[in-house]
Ligand binder design. Structure first.
Ligand SMILES: NC(=O)c1ccc[n+]([C@@H]2O[C@H](COP(=O)([O-])OP(=O)(O)OC[C@H]3O[C@@H](n4cnc5c(N)ncnc54)[C@H](O)[C@@H]3O)[C@@H](O)[C@H]2O)c1
Ligand SMILES: [Zn+2]
Length: 369
């Protein structure tokens, strides 16, 4: 079982994404990048590094000049300037030059940090993505968005930097715990809701196999989700127009991540953000009430949250102000016309956001009812 996608920019091949269920093709792919005279630094986190770094080192060592590895702490808090500077220091100590290569081995956190270092170290060096979470395999590996968090703002420092290669090995999902797996599924559901009603139906039909991580179904699901992202990133690489719909659920989602001090995971917040976006779409008469409840309730069988206990809605509203899609002080919000059709709207008011946050707020009063 093996698939290859080619990401194109300006009608030219930019980088391949390989989907495999093992590591067998990695050596050949690395050889194709002419690694013989290049050093490799595998950047990972402590958990993934312990699980898979030896295997990658064994594959990469015979076909490269040398291999070293750097492990950050796991979790969102590593998406910081401290980590970036620490990695840069490590690369300098190991005399990494512009021609050398970084490999990002991990989830979206490791991918975003490694990509950002690759963008700025010596004004840019090559990097390879080996995504190991469902979120990173289905979404964050593609499109070249890299970056870190700062203060109360998610992904506020960053750059676009395309990888030289993405190698997805679906078998690593076996070691991912269920909470992490299902939060990644939120991005898959997002892709379907934005653009593909048929994929949405397919996800429902294959719910059991998806929840059980059936390998053939997971592979098909990844191809569908990546196909949708490919459509947008090729059309709008720098996220100025069409691609913005991929941020469905992220304006409120990012605010909830910061609000919860990252105790809620990215995908969990995206699910909650999509519920809010669907609610606003219903209140603005783009969606019917039935469509709103259908979208909201579809997250439940995939173990994703649709409410939060005792939310300080005003605080979350305030945090949405750091959104990168702000233009002239107005949030550009992704809304829905139907399941499979998203669009960008610049007319969403604070009152509408507050009403949506109240909808997902589960208070003590709700508990008594
Ligand atoms: N650049 C983009 O386009 C993009 C898109 C979506 C999300 N993101 C970013 O991605 C981040 C979230 O990524 P994530 O959810 O992958 O988080 P993550 O990288 O923190 O990984 C989640 C946890 O799973 C563990 N893990 C990873 N792979 C594993 C495996 N195979 N087996 C066992 N444990 C494993 C990690 O150690 C970590 O503790 C957020 O910061 C978000 O902003 C970026
Ligand atoms: Zn996301």
């Amino acid at each position: 079982m093996s698939q290859r996608l080619e990401i194109m920019y300006e009608k030219k091949p930019a980088y391949p994404i390989l989907l495999e269920d093992n590591w067998n093709a990695l050596a050949l792919e690395l050889s194709n990048l002419e690694c013989k005279d290049r050093k490799i630094c595998i950047i990972s986190d402590k958990k993934v590094g312990e699980l898979y770094c030896n295997e990658i080192t064994k594959i990469a060592s015979p076909i490269s000049k040398s291999v070293v590895s750097y492990f950050m702490e796991n979790g969102e808090k590593s998406k910081s300037m401290d980590t970036v500077l620490d990695i840069i220091n490590f690369l300098l100590e190991n005399r990494f030059e512009r021609k050398d290569i970084l490999i990002s081995l991990g989830g979206g956190v490791v991918g975003d940090v490694t990509g950002f270092v690759a963008a700025i170290y010596m004004r840019g060096i090559d990097y390879i993505q080996i995504p190991t979470t469902l979120l990173a395999q289905a979404d964050s590996n593609m499109g070249g968005k890299t970056g870190i968090d700062f203060g109360n703002a998610k992904n506020i420092i960053g750059s676009f930097k395309m990888p030289a290669l993405v190698y997805i090995n679906t078998s690593v999902l076996a070691s991912l715990d269920n909470r992490e797996y299902f939060q990644g599924f939120a991005e898959v559901m997002k892709a379907a809701i934005i653009r593909d009603g048929n994929m949405y139906e397919w996800l429902i039909e294959n719910m059991y196999e998806i929840c059980e991580k059936d390998s053939a179904v997971v592979m098909e699901m990844l191809i569908k989700a990546l196909g949708i992202k490919k459509f947008y990133v090729e059309k709008d690489p720098s996220d100025k127009s069409e691609r913005m719909v991929l941020s469905l659920g992220h304006t409120i989602g990012h605010a909830l991540e910061v609000y919860s001090d990252y105790s809620l995971l990215h995908g969990e917040c995206v699910a909650l953000g999509i519920v809010c976006a669907a609610y606003i779409s219903w209140k603005k008469s783009y969606l019917s009430m039935e469509e709103y409840y259908e979208i909201r309730d579809m997250f439940v069988p995939f173990y994703l949250p649709i409410s939060v206990d005792n939310l300080d809605v005003n605080k979350v509203l305030e945090l949405t102000r750091s959104d990168k899609k702000m233009k002239d002080g107005q949030i550009r919000f992704v809304l829905l016309k139907k399941i499979g059709k998203a669009f960008v709207d610049a007319t969403v008011t604070d009152e509408e956001i507050l009403a949506a946050l109240n909808e997902i707020n589960f208070t003590e009063e709700d508990a008594r009812e």
